[in-house]
Design a protein around this ligand. Sequence first.
Ligand SMILES: *[C@@H]1O[C@H](CO)[C@@H](O)[C@H](O)[C@H]1NC(C)=O
Ligand SMILES: *[C@@H]1O[C@H](CO)[C@@H](O)[C@H](O)[C@H]1NC(C)=O
Ligand SMILES: *[C@@H]1O[C@H](CO)[C@@H](O)[C@H](O)[C@H]1NC(C)=O
Ligand SMILES: *[C@@H]1O[C@H](CO)[C@@H](O)[C@H](O)[C@H]1NC(C)=O
Ligand SMILES: *[C@@H]1O[C@H](CO)[C@@H](O)[C@H](O)[C@H]1NC(C)=O
Ligand SMILES: *[C@@H]1O[C@H](CO)[C@@H](O)[C@H](O)[C@H]1NC(C)=O
Ligand SMILES: *[C@@H]1O[C@H](CO)[C@@H](O)[C@H](O)[C@H]1NC(C)=O
Length: 337
Amino acid sequence: MPWYTLCILLLAIGLSDVGGKEIKHVVLFGDSFTDQSRSHSISNGTFPGKDYQEVFPPADTAADGGVQWPWYLGLYGNYTIWNYAVGGAVCNNNLTPLFDVPDVLNGQPDWFIQDHITSNGTSHQKLHLDPDEFVVVLWIGTNDVGINSFVTDDQKANTSLVDLAECQMDTLKRMRSLGARRFILNSLIPLQLTRLYSNRSDLVIHWPEEHDGPVWHKRMFNLVNSLNGLLRSGVQSLNEQWASRSGGYVEYFDSYAFFEEVYRHPDVYFNGSVPANVTGWCHQCPDPLDFHFCGIGDCTEAERDSYMWWDELHPSEQTGRNVAMELFKKIKGVSRF
Ligand SMILES: *[C@@H]1O[C@H](CO)[C@@H](O)[C@H](O)[C@H]1NC(C)=O
Ligand SMILES: *[C@@H]1O[C@H](CO)[C@@H](O)[C@H](O)[C@H]1NC(C)=O
Ligand SMILES: *[C@@H]1O[C@H](CO)[C@@H](O)[C@H](O)[C@H]1NC(C)=O
Ligand SMILES: *[C@@H]1O[C@H](CO)[C@@H](O)[C@H](O)[C@H]1NC(C)=O
Ligand SMILES: *[C@@H]1O[C@H](CO)[C@@H](O)[C@H](O)[C@H]1NC(C)=O
Ligand SMILES: *[C@@H]1O[C@H](CO)[C@@H](O)[C@H](O)[C@H]1NC(C)=O
Ligand SMILES: *[C@@H]1O[C@H](CO)[C@@H](O)[C@H](O)[C@H]1NC(C)=O
Protein backbone atom coordinates (compact mmCIF):
# COMPACT_ATOMS: atom_id res chain seq x y z
CA MET A 1 0.00 0.00 0.00
CA PRO A 2 1.53 3.39 -0.92
CA TRP A 3 2.28 5.64 2.08
CA TYR A 4 -0.25 8.27 1.04
CA THR A 5 -3.11 5.74 1.03
CA LEU A 6 -2.16 4.87 4.58
CA CYS A 7 -2.17 8.56 5.51
CA ILE A 8 -5.63 9.04 4.06
CA LEU A 9 -6.90 5.98 5.93
CA LEU A 10 -5.45 7.24 9.22
CA LEU A 11 -6.96 10.65 8.58
CA ALA A 12 -10.36 9.11 7.96
CA ILE A 13 -10.16 7.12 11.20
CA GLY A 14 -9.06 10.24 13.08
CA LEU A 15 -11.99 12.31 11.85
CA SER A 16 -14.59 9.79 12.88
CA ASP A 17 -13.02 9.23 16.28
CA VAL A 18 -15.62 10.60 18.70
CA GLY A 19 -13.29 10.27 21.64
CA GLY A 20 -10.67 12.39 19.84
CA LYS A 21 -10.27 16.12 20.20
CA GLU A 22 -12.46 18.11 22.53
CA ILE A 23 -14.95 20.60 21.16
CA LYS A 24 -13.82 24.15 21.99
CA HIS A 25 -16.15 26.27 19.85
CA VAL A 26 -19.84 26.15 18.99
CA VAL A 27 -21.09 27.90 15.87
CA LEU A 28 -24.83 28.60 15.75
CA PHE A 29 -27.23 29.45 12.96
CA GLY A 30 -30.93 30.08 13.48
CA ASP A 31 -33.76 32.44 14.40
CA SER A 32 -35.17 34.11 17.52
CA PHE A 33 -35.07 30.77 19.37
CA THR A 34 -31.27 31.19 19.32
CA ASP A 35 -30.46 34.86 18.62
CA GLN A 36 -29.12 36.92 21.49
CA SER A 37 -28.88 40.39 19.95
CA ARG A 38 -28.18 40.32 16.20
CA SER A 39 -31.72 41.24 15.15
CA HIS A 40 -31.75 44.12 17.64
CA SER A 41 -28.40 45.25 16.38
CA ILE A 42 -29.71 45.24 12.81
CA SER A 43 -32.86 47.19 13.65
CA ASN A 44 -30.63 49.52 15.66
CA GLY A 45 -28.72 50.41 12.54
CA THR A 46 -25.53 48.77 13.86
CA PHE A 47 -25.34 45.81 11.44
CA PRO A 48 -23.13 43.22 13.17
CA GLY A 49 -19.65 43.10 11.67
CA LYS A 50 -16.55 40.96 12.06
CA ASP A 51 -16.08 39.43 15.51
CA TYR A 52 -19.45 40.70 16.75
CA GLN A 53 -19.77 38.81 20.01
CA GLU A 54 -22.57 40.32 22.06
CA VAL A 55 -23.41 36.96 23.52
CA PHE A 56 -24.30 38.45 26.86
CA PRO A 57 -25.08 42.13 26.46
CA PRO A 58 -25.96 43.80 29.75
CA ALA A 59 -28.54 46.21 28.32
CA ASP A 60 -30.46 43.98 25.94
CA THR A 61 -32.73 40.98 26.29
CA ALA A 62 -33.37 38.23 23.76
CA ALA A 63 -36.71 36.81 22.62
CA ASP A 64 -36.77 34.57 25.70
CA GLY A 65 -36.96 37.66 27.91
CA GLY A 66 -33.38 37.29 29.11
CA VAL A 67 -30.18 35.49 28.25
CA GLN A 68 -30.48 33.05 25.39
CA TRP A 69 -29.42 29.38 25.72
CA PRO A 70 -26.15 29.54 23.71
CA TRP A 71 -24.60 31.61 26.50
CA TYR A 72 -25.49 28.84 28.98
CA LEU A 73 -24.13 26.19 26.62
CA GLY A 74 -20.84 28.10 26.57
CA LEU A 75 -20.91 28.16 30.36
CA TYR A 76 -21.71 24.45 30.80
CA GLY A 77 -19.14 23.23 28.27
CA ASN A 78 -16.53 26.00 28.48
CA TYR A 79 -17.07 26.63 24.78
CA THR A 80 -16.49 29.81 22.83
CA ILE A 81 -19.87 30.65 21.31
CA TRP A 82 -20.20 32.07 17.81
CA ASN A 83 -23.90 32.90 17.62
CA TYR A 84 -24.91 33.96 14.09
CA ALA A 85 -28.66 33.44 14.58
CA VAL A 86 -31.03 36.31 13.77
CA GLY A 87 -34.57 36.74 15.09
CA GLY A 88 -37.10 36.46 12.25
CA ALA A 89 -34.76 34.42 10.06
CA VAL A 90 -35.81 31.59 7.76
CA CYS A 91 -33.70 28.98 6.02
CA ASN A 92 -33.70 30.70 2.64
CA ASN A 93 -35.17 34.15 1.93
CA ASN A 94 -35.92 33.10 -1.65
CA LEU A 95 -38.07 30.16 -0.53
CA THR A 96 -40.04 31.69 2.36
CA PRO A 97 -39.42 35.45 2.34
CA LEU A 98 -40.45 37.10 5.62
CA PHE A 99 -38.37 39.88 7.16
CA ASP A 100 -35.43 39.68 4.79
CA VAL A 101 -32.89 39.42 7.62
CA PRO A 102 -29.73 37.32 6.98
CA ASP A 103 -30.90 33.77 6.38
CA VAL A 104 -29.36 30.48 7.42
CA LEU A 105 -28.29 29.38 3.95
CA ASN A 106 -26.48 32.53 2.83
CA GLY A 107 -26.49 35.57 5.09
CA GLN A 108 -25.48 33.95 8.37
CA PRO A 109 -22.63 31.80 6.94
CA ASP A 110 -21.23 35.01 5.40
CA TRP A 111 -20.58 36.23 8.95
CA PHE A 112 -18.82 32.94 9.71
CA ILE A 113 -16.59 33.53 6.68
CA GLN A 114 -15.77 37.06 7.82
CA ASP A 115 -14.80 35.84 11.28
CA HIS A 116 -12.99 32.60 10.53
CA ILE A 117 -11.81 32.43 6.93
CA THR A 118 -9.12 34.40 5.19
CA SER A 119 -8.68 34.74 1.41
CA ASN A 120 -12.23 33.45 0.92
CA GLY A 121 -12.90 32.25 -2.61
CA THR A 122 -9.20 32.15 -3.60
CA SER A 123 -6.71 29.27 -3.79
CA HIS A 124 -5.27 30.51 -0.47
CA GLN A 125 -8.59 30.18 1.37
CA LYS A 126 -7.91 29.18 4.96
CA LEU A 127 -10.19 28.23 7.84
CA HIS A 128 -8.79 29.40 11.19
CA LEU A 129 -10.64 26.86 13.33
CA ASP A 130 -9.68 23.21 13.76
CA PRO A 131 -12.53 21.18 12.15
CA ASP A 132 -12.31 18.67 15.02
CA GLU A 133 -12.66 21.39 17.64
CA PHE A 134 -15.91 23.05 16.61
CA VAL A 135 -19.46 21.94 16.11
CA VAL A 136 -22.05 23.72 13.98
CA VAL A 137 -25.57 23.80 15.44
CA LEU A 138 -28.42 24.52 13.03
CA TRP A 139 -31.90 25.30 14.37
CA ILE A 140 -34.33 26.79 11.90
CA GLY A 141 -37.85 26.29 10.54
CA THR A 142 -40.24 27.91 13.02
CA ASN A 143 -40.74 31.00 10.85
CA ASP A 144 -40.59 28.98 7.62
CA VAL A 145 -43.73 27.04 8.57
CA GLY A 146 -45.41 29.73 10.70
CA ILE A 147 -47.68 32.73 10.25
CA ASN A 148 -47.39 34.59 6.93
CA SER A 149 -46.04 31.34 5.52
CA PHE A 150 -47.25 27.74 5.51
CA VAL A 151 -49.69 27.78 8.42
CA THR A 152 -51.63 30.71 6.92
CA ASP A 153 -51.32 29.40 3.35
CA ASP A 154 -49.12 32.36 2.43
CA GLN A 155 -46.17 30.33 1.12
CA LYS A 156 -45.26 30.53 -2.57
CA ALA A 157 -47.27 28.19 -4.78
CA ASN A 158 -44.10 26.35 -5.76
CA THR A 159 -42.53 25.91 -2.32
CA SER A 160 -43.00 22.70 -0.34
CA LEU A 161 -41.73 21.21 2.90
CA VAL A 162 -39.29 19.19 0.79
CA ASP A 163 -37.66 22.48 -0.30
CA LEU A 164 -37.38 23.57 3.34
CA ALA A 165 -35.70 20.30 4.33
CA GLU A 166 -33.35 20.46 1.33
CA CYS A 167 -32.42 24.01 2.29
CA GLN A 168 -31.27 22.76 5.69
CA MET A 169 -29.20 20.00 4.06
CA ASP A 170 -27.74 22.59 1.65
CA THR A 171 -26.73 24.74 4.61
CA LEU A 172 -24.90 21.79 6.17
CA LYS A 173 -23.21 21.05 2.83
CA ARG A 174 -22.19 24.68 2.46
CA MET A 175 -20.61 24.67 5.91
CA ARG A 176 -18.86 21.42 5.12
CA SER A 177 -17.44 22.97 1.94
CA LEU A 178 -16.04 25.73 4.17
CA GLY A 179 -14.28 23.09 6.29
CA ALA A 180 -16.75 22.25 9.08
CA ARG A 181 -17.01 18.53 9.91
CA ARG A 182 -19.14 18.22 13.03
CA PHE A 183 -22.79 19.18 13.01
CA ILE A 184 -25.93 19.05 15.10
CA LEU A 185 -29.27 19.64 13.44
CA ASN A 186 -32.07 20.55 15.85
CA SER A 187 -35.53 19.47 14.82
CA LEU A 188 -38.53 21.79 15.07
CA ILE A 189 -40.24 21.89 18.45
CA PRO A 190 -43.91 20.88 18.96
CA LEU A 191 -45.12 24.35 17.94
CA GLN A 192 -48.72 23.24 18.43
CA LEU A 193 -48.02 23.53 22.18
CA THR A 194 -47.47 27.29 21.95
CA ARG A 195 -50.34 29.72 22.51
CA LEU A 196 -49.94 31.10 18.97
CA TYR A 197 -50.60 27.70 17.41
CA SER A 198 -53.00 26.44 20.06
CA ASN A 199 -56.59 25.49 19.52
CA ARG A 200 -57.81 29.00 20.41
CA SER A 201 -59.10 31.47 17.84
CA ASP A 202 -58.97 34.77 19.72
CA LEU A 203 -56.43 37.49 19.00
CA VAL A 204 -52.79 37.31 20.13
CA ILE A 205 -50.08 39.94 19.80
CA HIS A 206 -48.32 38.02 17.02
CA TRP A 207 -51.59 37.64 15.06
CA PRO A 208 -54.10 40.26 16.20
CA GLU A 209 -56.98 38.93 14.10
CA GLU A 210 -59.66 36.29 14.48
CA HIS A 211 -58.48 33.05 12.96
CA ASP A 212 -59.44 29.39 12.87
CA GLY A 213 -57.52 28.11 15.91
CA PRO A 214 -58.44 24.42 15.59
CA VAL A 215 -57.33 24.45 11.93
CA TRP A 216 -54.01 26.18 12.71
CA HIS A 217 -53.44 23.78 15.59
CA LYS A 218 -53.90 20.63 13.54
CA ARG A 219 -52.03 22.07 10.58
CA MET A 220 -49.05 23.02 12.71
CA PHE A 221 -48.87 19.55 14.21
CA ASN A 222 -48.77 18.15 10.69
CA LEU A 223 -46.25 20.70 9.35
CA VAL A 224 -43.79 20.23 12.19
CA ASN A 225 -43.97 16.45 12.21
CA SER A 226 -43.70 16.21 8.43
CA LEU A 227 -40.74 18.57 8.19
CA ASN A 228 -39.01 16.75 11.05
CA GLY A 229 -39.48 13.43 9.23
CA LEU A 230 -37.86 14.89 6.13
CA LEU A 231 -35.01 16.36 8.18
CA ARG A 232 -34.33 13.06 9.89
CA SER A 233 -34.04 11.14 6.64
CA GLY A 234 -32.09 14.00 5.04
CA VAL A 235 -29.52 13.77 7.84
CA GLN A 236 -29.31 10.02 7.41
CA SER A 237 -28.56 10.17 3.70
CA LEU A 238 -26.11 13.05 4.16
CA ASN A 239 -24.20 10.93 6.68
CA GLU A 240 -24.11 8.03 4.22
CA GLN A 241 -22.74 10.32 1.49
CA TRP A 242 -20.12 11.84 3.75
CA ALA A 243 -18.98 8.53 5.20
CA SER A 244 -17.82 7.48 1.77
CA ARG A 245 -16.07 10.83 1.29
CA SER A 246 -14.03 10.60 4.51
CA GLY A 247 -15.43 13.13 6.87
CA GLY A 248 -18.38 14.99 8.22
CA TYR A 249 -21.08 13.81 10.58
CA VAL A 250 -24.47 15.26 11.51
CA GLU A 251 -26.18 14.44 14.78
CA TYR A 252 -29.98 14.85 14.79
CA PHE A 253 -31.09 16.50 18.02
CA ASP A 254 -34.72 15.63 18.63
CA SER A 255 -35.82 18.91 20.21
CA TYR A 256 -39.41 17.89 19.44
CA ALA A 257 -39.14 14.94 21.81
CA PHE A 258 -37.14 16.97 24.31
CA PHE A 259 -39.81 19.71 24.47
CA GLU A 260 -42.49 17.04 24.90
CA GLU A 261 -40.48 15.56 27.76
CA VAL A 262 -40.23 18.98 29.42
CA TYR A 263 -43.96 19.59 28.84
CA ARG A 264 -44.90 16.27 30.43
CA HIS A 265 -42.54 16.48 33.42
CA PRO A 266 -42.48 20.18 34.25
CA ASP A 267 -41.56 19.73 37.91
CA VAL A 268 -38.20 18.34 36.87
CA TYR A 269 -37.34 21.32 34.70
CA PHE A 270 -38.87 24.44 36.27
CA ASN A 271 -37.89 26.05 39.53
CA GLY A 272 -39.45 29.51 39.93
CA SER A 273 -41.47 30.53 42.96
CA VAL A 274 -44.87 29.32 41.67
CA PRO A 275 -45.88 25.82 40.51
CA ALA A 276 -44.42 24.85 37.13
CA ASN A 277 -46.54 26.17 34.26
CA VAL A 278 -46.26 24.82 30.70
CA THR A 279 -49.54 26.17 29.31
CA GLY A 280 -49.34 29.83 30.30
CA TRP A 281 -46.51 32.32 29.67
CA CYS A 282 -44.77 35.08 31.58
CA HIS A 283 -44.76 38.08 29.24
CA GLN A 284 -48.25 39.52 28.86
CA CYS A 285 -49.72 41.77 26.18
CA PRO A 286 -53.11 42.73 27.63
CA ASP A 287 -54.15 44.53 24.41
CA PRO A 288 -53.33 42.30 21.44
CA LEU A 289 -53.92 45.27 19.12
CA ASP A 290 -51.32 47.50 20.76
CA PHE A 291 -47.85 46.26 21.65
CA HIS A 292 -47.24 49.35 23.80
CA PHE A 293 -49.15 47.59 26.59
CA CYS A 294 -46.90 44.53 26.47
CA GLY A 295 -45.18 44.01 29.79
CA ILE A 296 -48.18 45.00 31.91
CA GLY A 297 -49.11 41.99 34.02
CA ASP A 298 -45.90 40.02 33.44
CA CYS A 299 -44.97 37.36 35.96
CA THR A 300 -42.43 38.50 38.55
CA GLU A 301 -38.69 37.92 38.36
CA ALA A 302 -39.04 35.25 41.05
CA GLU A 303 -41.84 33.46 39.16
CA ARG A 304 -40.13 33.55 35.76
CA ASP A 305 -38.30 30.23 35.98
CA SER A 306 -41.61 28.44 36.57
CA TYR A 307 -42.74 29.06 33.00
CA MET A 308 -41.96 26.93 29.96
CA TRP A 309 -42.87 29.84 27.66
CA TRP A 310 -41.82 33.48 27.77
CA ASP A 311 -44.61 34.64 25.46
CA GLU A 312 -47.14 33.19 22.98
CA LEU A 313 -44.36 31.71 20.85
CA HIS A 314 -40.96 31.80 22.52
CA PRO A 315 -39.52 29.38 25.07
CA SER A 316 -38.46 30.92 28.38
CA GLU A 317 -34.93 31.43 29.66
CA GLN A 318 -35.31 28.44 31.99
CA THR A 319 -36.42 26.29 29.05
CA GLY A 320 -33.29 27.61 27.34
CA ARG A 321 -31.08 26.52 30.25
CA ASN A 322 -32.59 23.06 29.91
CA VAL A 323 -31.97 23.07 26.14
CA ALA A 324 -28.38 24.16 26.77
CA MET A 325 -27.81 21.34 29.27
CA GLU A 326 -29.28 18.74 26.92
CA LEU A 327 -27.23 19.99 23.96
CA PHE A 328 -24.15 19.92 26.17
CA LYS A 329 -24.93 16.24 26.77
CA LYS A 330 -25.54 15.80 23.05
CA ILE A 331 -22.09 17.18 22.25
CA LYS A 332 -20.63 14.81 24.85
CA GLY A 333 -22.52 11.94 23.21
CA VAL A 334 -24.71 11.12 26.21
CA SER A 335 -28.09 12.64 25.33
CA ARG A 336 -31.02 10.32 24.70
CA PHE A 337 -32.61 12.95 22.37
C1 LIG B 1 -27.86 50.14 19.69
O1 LIG B 1 -27.25 51.40 19.45
C2 LIG B 1 -26.72 52.00 20.61
C3 LIG B 1 -26.22 53.38 20.23
O2 LIG B 1 -25.40 53.33 19.09
C4 LIG B 1 -25.59 51.13 21.16
O3 LIG B 1 -25.08 51.69 22.36
C5 LIG B 1 -26.16 49.74 21.46
O4 LIG B 1 -25.11 48.88 21.87
C6 LIG B 1 -26.84 49.16 20.25
N1 LIG B 1 -27.48 47.91 20.60
C7 LIG B 1 -27.26 46.78 19.93
C8 LIG B 1 -28.01 45.58 20.41
O5 LIG B 1 -26.51 46.70 18.99
C1 LIG C 1 -11.79 26.79 29.28
O1 LIG C 1 -11.38 27.06 27.95
C2 LIG C 1 -10.23 27.89 27.89
C3 LIG C 1 -10.00 28.26 26.42
O2 LIG C 1 -10.12 27.13 25.59
C4 LIG C 1 -9.05 27.17 28.53
O3 LIG C 1 -7.91 28.00 28.48
C5 LIG C 1 -9.40 26.85 29.98
O4 LIG C 1 -8.39 26.07 30.55
C6 LIG C 1 -10.72 26.08 30.06
N1 LIG C 1 -11.14 25.96 31.45
C7 LIG C 1 -11.53 24.81 31.98
C8 LIG C 1 -11.99 24.87 33.40
O5 LIG C 1 -11.52 23.77 31.35
C1 LIG D 1 -16.74 33.80 -0.34
O1 LIG D 1 -16.37 33.32 -1.62
C2 LIG D 1 -17.45 32.82 -2.39
C3 LIG D 1 -16.88 32.20 -3.67
O2 LIG D 1 -16.15 33.15 -4.36
C4 LIG D 1 -18.46 33.94 -2.64
O3 LIG D 1 -19.57 33.42 -3.36
C5 LIG D 1 -18.93 34.50 -1.32
O4 LIG D 1 -19.79 35.62 -1.53
C6 LIG D 1 -17.75 34.94 -0.46
N1 LIG D 1 -18.27 35.31 0.86
C7 LIG D 1 -17.80 36.29 1.60
C8 LIG D 1 -18.48 36.58 2.88
O5 LIG D 1 -16.83 36.97 1.26
C1 LIG E 1 -41.48 29.95 -7.96
O1 LIG E 1 -42.41 31.01 -8.15
C2 LIG E 1 -41.84 32.31 -8.10
C3 LIG E 1 -42.96 33.31 -8.22
O2 LIG E 1 -43.78 33.22 -7.08
C4 LIG E 1 -40.81 32.46 -9.21
O3 LIG E 1 -40.19 33.73 -9.12
C5 LIG E 1 -39.74 31.37 -9.08
O4 LIG E 1 -38.87 31.41 -10.16
C6 LIG E 1 -40.40 29.98 -9.04
N1 LIG E 1 -39.35 29.01 -8.71
C7 LIG E 1 -39.24 27.85 -9.37
C8 LIG E 1 -38.13 26.96 -8.91
O5 LIG E 1 -40.00 27.54 -10.25
C1 LIG F 1 -60.06 22.07 20.11
O1 LIG F 1 -61.23 22.80 20.47
C2 LIG F 1 -62.42 22.10 20.16
C3 LIG F 1 -63.59 23.01 20.42
O2 LIG F 1 -63.43 23.69 21.65
C4 LIG F 1 -62.46 20.80 20.96
O3 LIG F 1 -63.62 20.07 20.63
C5 LIG F 1 -61.24 19.96 20.65
O4 LIG F 1 -61.19 18.82 21.47
C6 LIG F 1 -59.97 20.76 20.84
N1 LIG F 1 -58.83 19.98 20.34
C7 LIG F 1 -57.69 19.91 20.98
C8 LIG F 1 -56.62 19.11 20.32
O5 LIG F 1 -57.48 20.46 22.04
C1 LIG G 1 -33.35 27.42 38.16
O1 LIG G 1 -32.35 26.52 37.74
C2 LIG G 1 -31.34 27.11 36.90
C3 LIG G 1 -30.44 25.99 36.44
O2 LIG G 1 -31.15 25.18 35.56
C4 LIG G 1 -30.62 28.20 37.64
O3 LIG G 1 -29.64 28.78 36.81
C5 LIG G 1 -31.64 29.26 38.05
O4 LIG G 1 -31.01 30.28 38.80
C6 LIG G 1 -32.75 28.63 38.89
N1 LIG G 1 -33.80 29.62 39.12
C7 LIG G 1 -34.25 29.89 40.31
C8 LIG G 1 -35.34 30.93 40.41
O5 LIG G 1 -33.81 29.35 41.32
C1 LIG H 1 -50.32 29.25 34.08
O1 LIG H 1 -50.10 30.61 33.81
C2 LIG H 1 -51.21 31.34 33.31
C3 LIG H 1 -50.73 32.75 33.02
O2 LIG H 1 -50.15 32.80 31.76
C4 LIG H 1 -52.36 31.29 34.31
O3 LIG H 1 -53.49 31.94 33.78
C5 LIG H 1 -52.69 29.82 34.60
O4 LIG H 1 -53.68 29.77 35.61
C6 LIG H 1 -51.45 29.07 35.06
N1 LIG H 1 -51.76 27.67 35.17
C7 LIG H 1 -51.44 26.95 36.23
C8 LIG H 1 -51.78 25.50 36.18
O5 LIG H 1 -50.89 27.45 37.19
